[in-house]
Ligand binder design. Sequence first.
Ligand code: FES
Length: 171
Amino acid sequence: MEQTQLTRGQFLQKLGLSSGALMAFYCMGTGLTSCLSSGGDDPKPGGTNTPGTGSGTTSGAVKGTTSGAGIDFTIDLTNADYSKLKTSGEFGYVANIIIANTGSGYVALSKLCTHQGSTISYRNDSKDFRCPTHGSEFNQDGTVKLSPATQSLQVFKTELQNSGNTLRVSA
Ligand code: FES
């Protein structure tokens, strides 16, 4: 039997996902397993339950600049892909940024560990961030809590807008 190799995009397309959903997958990158889908939400292809959003270029819910020097974007927290961020203890990723709801506000940091670049995750029990590869830990202000990492993570500003339904993240 001949086996045809599919690209990731082709595979996802075979699953019937829209381009918007595909983009969401790509944006999640390596943090997919610990991303916002942990609670079993099933994002609807094309963002059909997203009120008032048209043709988003990132995933429909994220608008603005998510990479480079001028990072400044908003997240629609009413969108199914990101609504979990309204819950204390939840976290997610946009491009190379991890965003956590610590219960006392939002923290946004570079998701890339300064040791060797693995994707960090948020730990709600200790209110900090941990890299799974070699165990580095980071405080909410990005500083190193536990080596081997020695450099701080970049910190981004967060601001809730639109009665708490929009989160702005900026450099
Ligand atoms: S890559 Fe994060 S601790 Fe080594």
